[in-house]
Ligand binder design. Structure first.
Ligand SMILES: Nc1ncnc2c1ncn2[C@@H]1O[C@H](COP(=O)(O)OP(=O)(O)OP(=O)(O)O)[C@@H](O)[C@H]1O
Length: 536
């Protein structure tokens, strides 16, 4: 800015005349943490709280929202101002134009200061963003009210749930979605991702409406769908939103031609079947959330997801992807799929939660595992404990062994009926079950409050499985513990776990870090059956 200063001082700025320029100036400037940090103006962190907001994109109503170009707009926006500010002969300028330049320069400076304050705040909260014109993170839940006019019922529900401060993912993802931007996000297990997408959804939907499905949340299992449904209900308390869980019964019996539904929560399979059979209309869906998105994009679910995404044909739809693990192929899909999306990463991508103390224990053989578990339960069982095995057959076998020990144990796997699975989850939640033996069916997303320890009885088959399984403990900032048993067959993948442990701040013996690293995927070796009965 060589030409700011005295030349333009004391002149009034005609906002009406230059309104378009101001709007364009504030839009689509590409930034990310790094670029914002390079801005050199010194800042006063405590002051000038609201100036950045003058430059925040004013969200057009979602119905009217049109997709805008990105980089070209950004360039064009700046060139408009450069042209008007650097006219060949400043003396020829009208007073109004000169005043407009001056004010624009001040606004730009203020905008830059706000960018820098945002970058510092993000750094402090371990928030990493990429995308154009990323909205400022939330400093507090109060800002939901001051910046976004959050309705009272929602603020009351936040207080009732005991949420005092937004978590880092909530600080960043909520403003992004409230400003009608698509988003793909990766944040550690138990860090409040559900609220990060339900809160803006409720705010944007405003109130119940009849006639169309307006928002869809897809979850990979029935258990997670049911949990998300309950969370939505809690957050929407006091407002008569029609929140529906797509069950088998609903899918078979509902009349979808008159289906009053503001938010629909479903597994991809159930929704796709219903679309086919009942011709459910998703063309007016305004929000689509893919929770545990990397799981949903895996080949076995992708076909269903793809047809649901296509059925959600509203051009103004806001789609978002959330998970604690975000492999590159999902990022690539997200980029193909989304328009002008913001990428939000909390901490480092694909990292285990730092609140979990992680341990590895060598048991030699399969028999050694059972002995180790029995001994550990006899010495110090600190329920609730979740025990993961690699298949439903092994879940049944282990249950058969532990059911007769003097502990309250239950089992959950995909061979059980829906009712049995629900009971297993409910009893574990209620503390009636101390030890829940599980397959990966509850490894992701499930929020069992206060799980003290996760035991990987069978070594997980991938880094994502490890991160999600152990993430059932140490949630919402609480401490947790994770123990991974291993046998000879698992040794080739020990180094991979050691890396994850080290990255999340756990102490790892140096010999483990010296081991070779091997590509770790679909590691499900054939294991000896779980039994203490002698072979006949
Ligand atoms: N701002 C907050 N303050 C305190 N607790 C919170 C806050 N937001 C959410 N929680 C609580 O944190 C817990 C974990 O939240 P949630 O299940 O949304 O985590 P998640 O990030 O989706 O985890 P996962 O990756 O395992 O699915 C829940 O019990 C939730 O009620």
């Amino acid at each position: 800015m060589a030409n700011d200063s005295f030349l333009f001082s004391g002149i009034r700025f005609d906002r009406k005349k230059f309104g378009n320029d101001i709007a364009r100036f504030g839009k689509n400037k590409p930034i990310d943490d790094d670029t914002a940090l390079k801005i050199t103006d010194p800042v006063e962190l405590k002051t000038e709280k609201t100036m950045g907001e003058q430059f925040q994109q004013r969200p057009p109503s979602s119905k009217k929202r049109k997709r805008k170009g990105t980089s070209s707009d950004a360039v064009e926006g700046f060139s408009v101002f450069r042209n008007s500010a650097s006219a060949a002969d400043p003396v020829d300028k009208s007073n109004d134009a000169v005043r407009a330049d001056d004010e624009a320069i001040q606004l730009k400076k203020e905008h830059n200061r706000q960018l820098e304050r945002d970058a510092i705040f993000r750094k402090k909260n371990n928030i990493h963003v990429a995308g154009y014109n990323v909205p400022s993170p939330l400093q507090s839940f109060d800002e939901l009210k001051t910046r976004y006019k959050c309705p009272r019922y929602l603020l009351r529900n936040i207080t009732e749930l005991g949420f005092k401060e937004p978590t880092p993912i909530q600080r960043q993802a909520i403003p992004v979605l409230l400003q009608d931007r698509e988003c793909f996000a990766c944040a550690p297990t138990g860090s409040g991702k559900t609220f990060a997408f339900v809160c803006p959804m409720l705010m944007k939907l405003k109130g119940p409406e009849t006639g169309a499905i307006r928002a869809v949340i897809l979850c990979h299992t029935r258990e997670l769908s049911a949990q998300t449904y309950r969370e939505c209900k809690k957050l929407a308390k006091g407002k008569k939103f029609r929140i529906k869980l797509m069950t088998k019964h609903l899918s078979r019996n509902a009349d979808f031609s008159k289906f009053p539904c503001d938010i629909l929560i479903s597994t991809p399979l159930r929704l796709r079947l219903t679309i086919r059979r009942k011709k459910v209309d998703l063309s007016r869906v305004e929000f689509l959330v893919l929770d545990e998105s990397d799981k949903l994009f895996e080949p076995e679910l992708f076909k269903q997801i793809d047809s649901i995404i296509k059925a959600c044909s509203n051009p103004s739809i806001i789609r978002s992807l959330f998970s604690a693990t975000l492999p590159d192929f999902v990022e690539d899909r997200a980029r193909e799929l989304m328009h002008d999306a913001v990428r939000v990463i909390i901490g480092r991508k694909n990292m285990a939660s730092e609140t979990i103390k992680q341990k590895l224990i060598f048991t030699g053989s399969e028999e050694g595992k059972l002995l180790a578990i029995r001994q550990s339960f006899a010495e110090s069982l600190n329920p609730p404990v979740l025990l993961f095995v690699q298949s439903k057959e092994r879940a049944k076998e282990l249950y058969g062994e532990l059911a007769f020990d003097n502990i309250r144990v239950d089992v959950i796997h995909s061979d059980l009926s829906q009712e049995q699975r629900e009971n297993a989850v409910d009893n574990f939640r209620a503390g009636k079950t101390w030890v829940l033996i599980a397959t990966d069916v509850v490894a992701r997303g499930m929020d069992f409050k206060g799980v003290n320890c996760v035991i990987n009885y069978d070594f997980p088959d991938s880094a994502a499985a490890y991160i999600h399984r152990i993430g059932r403990s140490g949630r919402a900032g609480r401490a947790g513990e994770a123990i991974t048993l291993y046998t000879e067959e698992d040794i080739p993948f020990l180094r991979n776990v050691a890396n994850l442990m080290a990255a999340s701040g756990c102490e790892v013996p140096s010999w483990l870090m010296d081991l070779q690293k091997k590509k770790w995927r679909k590691h499900r070796p054939k294991r000896d059956s779980i039994s203490t009965k002698p072979d006949i």
